[in-house]
Design a protein around this ligand. Structure first.
Ligand SMILES: Nc1ncnc2c1ncn2[C@@H]1O[C@H](COP(=O)(O)OP(=O)(O)OP(=O)(O)O)[C@@H](O)[C@H]1O
Ligand SMILES: [Mg+2]
Length: 354
């Protein structure tokens, strides 16, 4: 459980402290009052990353040199400092992670606290580009699996280096076989781990009971191996980038017809409502997967989703509230039923708060 949170020079917050005193907290505030910034800070504590940007420095308040997020969770004091590469006049890492004051690597920091985010952008996972679906898989797996975290970092690095070699070959015609061999081995090794773990998650999704909406997920994997790299050797030089591997993965979702005798792709044939039910179901399975892997329910962060969902869908989410700590943000009090508000901690934001 997340008990308290302090922000310093984080996005719109110069300095702010929050305490979470009930299982559900509802944060009500107008646009730009800092709701998503707060959710971003909590998600950062769980994943070591922003859910909005790859550029960590954007999380530091304008004009400041560093930002700090501190929290009390699961009887640990967690702290992340985001810097612009300088701290107290010395070169510093861009992100520092501390547990009870002891510095940690991101891969080790992450499992101290876990949270699942559900934001309006998630509603497009099924219909939007494959990168969103890959990010979904990464978010789930990075939270529960240290080996996956290590492999994704190593894979990205090796992929960048390999792409630079391909670009170089395209421009100069020179192919440095020794260097290719080194980076090939790394992308194959780490890519294989990523593929295997993504496959396991998709298998979990397919094996679990789905009370909200029944579907089948298909993992459209882009396998990376010596043989496949050889097969794409010339095409890769022409393209200047690596053409196979988990960075090209995707998954699709199919739903059953009424008599369950046939299935159809949800992206192409599902109604908007059906696509949303798939997302709700996927999110619940995400929570369950993390619970199974870590032995505890992650905190659920709902950033402004009630304005996007109809009554039936909201009802499905409200049914989950007692199951784990939940932090909800909303622009309008009316989106949350009075019966829920009565039982929860309510924090009101105004624009002048910060
Ligand atoms: N690095 C930063 N430094 C200072 N302010 C920032 C920074 N990044 C974003 N902001 C500002 O923070 C403010 C609050 O943003 P936030 O996304 O938290 O609003 P919100 O309450 O979620 O609003 P909405 O209801 O529109 O989603 C915005 O005005 C935004 O411009
Ligand atoms: Mg917002």
């Amino acid at each position: 459980m997340l008990k308290s949170l302090s922000l310093q020079n984080f996005r719109s917050y110069k300095k702010a402290d929050f305490e979470f005193i009930s299982k559900t907290t509802v944060i009500i505030g107008p646009n730009t009052s800092g709701k998503s910034n707060l959710i971003e800070a909590i998600f950062l504590l769980a994943s070591g990353k922003s859910f909005r940007t790859d550029k960590d420095m954007q999380m530091i308040s304008f004009g400041e040199a560093f930002g700090r997020v501190k929290a009390e969770a699961e009887d640990n004091e967690l702290e992340i400092i985001v810097t612009n590469g300088q701290l107290n006049g010395k070169t510093s890492q861009f992100k520092k992670f501390l547990v009870n004051g002891v510095p940690k690597r991101r891969v080790d920091f992450v499992e101290n606290f876990s949270a699942v985010l559900f934001s309006p952008e998630d509603l497009d996972i099924i219909v939007d580009s494959p990168s969103l679906r890959r990010r979904f898989l990464d978010n789930v797996l990075e939270l529960v699996d240290r080996e996956y975290r290590i492999s994704t970092v190593a894979y990205s690095k090796a992929l960048r280096q390999r792409n630079a070699l391909l670009e170089n070959k395209r421009e100069t015609g020179i192919r440095n076989e020794k260097q290719f061999e080194y980076w090939d081995n790394l992308v194959i090794e780490n890519g294989g781990i990523i593929t295997k773990k993504r496959e396991e998650f998709i298998e979990f999704v397919n094996n679990e009971t789905k009370d909200i909406f029944d579907f089948v997920a298909y993992y459209d994997k882009s396998v990376i191996s010596k043989q496949r790299l050889l097969q794409y050797k010339d095409a890769e030089v022409a393209a200047g980038v690596t053409l196979v591997g988990p960075h090209r993965d995707d998954f699709s979702v199919s739903m059953f017809n009424n008599s369950r005798s046939d299935i159809h792709d949800v992206k192409s044939f599902g109604s908007r409502g059906q696509q949303r039910l798939v997302i709700l179901q996927l999110k619940m399975l995400e929570l369950l997967f993390i619970e199974k892997k870590l032995g505890k329910r992650p905190v659920l962060l709902l950033d402004d989703i009630f304005s996007e969902l109809d009554e039936g869908h909201i009802e499905l989410i409200l049914e989950m509230l007692g199951l784990q700590q939940t932090i909800i943000t909303t622009t309008h009090r009316e989106f949350i039923p009075e019966s829920v508000l009565k039982k929860t901690q309510v924090i009101k934001f105004t624009k002048e708060d910060k």
